[in-house]
Design a protein around this ligand. Structure first.
Ligand code: GTP
Ligand code: MG
Length: 447
């Protein structure tokens, strides 16, 4: 498992320096065999050592080698990083030299996997490393760094600890029935605890929805009949002439996207082709794309004209967007027609900008972005974690239903344990020994 491995850790290309990472059994001895300079096997931990990589008496590169001793380094193994000059050829030559002298080429993610297997980081932290790398805005970065600093781990460990409390109470009751009547046990102990756990899971999942929106942006489709001013609204919100605007109905044929930063959060706006019956093949394809954009959208901006009369297409769009987060907008308010707007709608003029500020406020409100505090640590920002938490919630609900239906407590315990395992999968801890150790640590002395 801890065979010596190495890999180039910097991007492929020419730069100031490139780094080759080495880790595993005998790493320092093996590197020392091709290193001319100080004896690396005697070098102190966390030192930088100047020298040359030499292969068959040929000097390949002038390098600095940082030396780390187990377990106080990323992988938890003896390891080093060779800082080469940042060229492609010389770096590859150093790598080849290491491969010829006892190292294996590391697989993708193998350093992090070893860090995880050696207990240096948990699964959420290894995923956070990837999330940090792929962050594209400040919130995403801060949320990933929080997770790197174990915020997700703490959240999950805390919930699991409540689950262990419940499991231990059930087990004690099975072995030493404090309550002769199992129904009393479930009604007085299990049901209130399960309610608390379910509430906690639901709160975290609800916060996670807001977090995901805040971090990754919300897909927002602008839909409506041709000519209602969808492209004008896109341009107005983005403050640029992104989409073509004309008074010809059917101007927009394909979806047009643009990111709107609102209060530090991204709305991924999608302008769509106007919905109507059309014989034009290109327009028909555009309309299909509009419907798809609407279907996939997390938020819909449905544009109407300022009149009482709803056309069939308007009715169709109102129906298609029902149940979704949506804002109904009457555009062209500057034309000042008398009409009775639908409830909770917003009246604007994309042309003059009137009402657009109100619309922006409504956008922030509907996404509840302003409720999200990246430092709160009561959310999950990784899709896998959210999926596992959802599964755990299903198990907890099943346990609660079991209690309410007065089924055998052993069966209820299975569901509670399943929730414990599922949450464990978030942090990469599904070892039943851990449950046993934790369980017994809660029993009183002598029992
Ligand atoms: N008076 C007035 N005209 C507007 C307003 N918004 C858009 N228009 C005009 O309405 C026409 C259509 O605007 P677009 O933004 O192209 O409409 P659209 O919904 O994107 O149309 P399609 O792409 O054909 O579906 C243009 O002539 C715009 O100048 C507004 O608030 N007031
Ligand atoms: Mg348009």
């Amino acid at each position: 498992m801890n065979d010596p491995i190495c890999a180039i850790a910097t991007p492929y290309g020419v730069g100031a320096i490139s780094i080759i990472r080495c880790s595993g059994h005998n790493t320092l001895k093996l590197v020392n065999n091709v290193f001319k300079g100080k004896d690396l096997t005697l070098a102190k931990a966390n030192t930088l050592n100047y020298g040359y990589i030499v292969d068959d008496n040929q000097t390949i590169d002038e390098v600095m080698v940082s030396v780390f001793h187990a377990p106080h380094c990323f992988t938890g193994e003896e390891s080093c990083e060779i800082n080469c000059h940042g060229g492609i050829y010389n770096t590859n030559r150093v790598l080849e030299c290491l491969l010829a002298h006892g190292f294996k080429l590391a697989e993708p993610g193998e350093f992090s996997r070893r860090a995880f297997l050696n207990g240096r980081i948990d699964l959420t932290q290894s995923e956070a490393i990837m999330d940090v790398i792929s962050s594209s805005n400040d919130l995403a970065l801060r949320a990933s760094v929080n997770s790197l600093r174990k915020s997700t781990n703490k959240l999950v460990v805390n919930m699991r600890s409540h689950l262990v409390d419940l499991i231990s109470k059930i087990e004690v009751n099975i072995d030493y029935p404090e309550y002769d009547d199992a129904i009393v046990m479930t009604d007085e102990i299990a049901i209130p605890m399960l309610h608390d756990l379910i509430d906690e899971c639901e709160t975290v999942l609800e916060n996670s929805k807001i977090a995901v929106v805040a971090i990754h942006g919300i897909k927002t489709a602008i839909v409506g009949r041709p000519n209602v001013g969808k492209s004008s609204l896109l341009n107005r919100l983005l403050e640029e002439d992104k989409a073509i605007v004309t008074d010809i109905a059917g101007t927009t044929r394909d979806t047009i996207e643009g990111d709107l930063n609102l209060g530090g959060v991204t709305l991924k706006l999608i302008d769509t082709a106007g919905i109507r019956k059309s014989d034009d093949v290109v327009e028909q394809i555009g309309i299909e794309r509009s419907k798809k954009a609407l279907e996939e959208a997390e938020l819909v901006l449905l544009l109407l004209e300022p009149t009482d009369e709803l056309k069939d297409e308007d009715k169709e769009l109102l129906k298609l967007s029902e149940g979704k987060k949506r804002i109904i907008i009457y555009n062209k308010a500057d034309l000042k027609q008398r009409f009775t707007p639908l409830p909770d709608s917003i009246i604007i003029s994309a042309k003059t900008g009137d009402g657009v500020e109100k619309l922006e406020k409504a956008l922030i409100e509907i996404t509840r972005i302003n409720e999200f505090n990246v430092n709160d640590s009561n959310y999950l920002n990784n899709a896998r974690h959210v999926a596992k938490m959802r599964e755990a919630l299903t198990s907890l609900k099943s346990a609660l239903k079991g209690c309410e239906d007065h089924i055998d407590i052993d069966m209820i315990e299975l569901d509670v344990k399943s929730a414990w395992y599922l949450l464990g999968e978030i942090i990469g801890d599904t070892n039943s020994d851990t449950l046993i150790t934790e369980l017994f640590s809660r029993f009183c002395l002598g029992k």
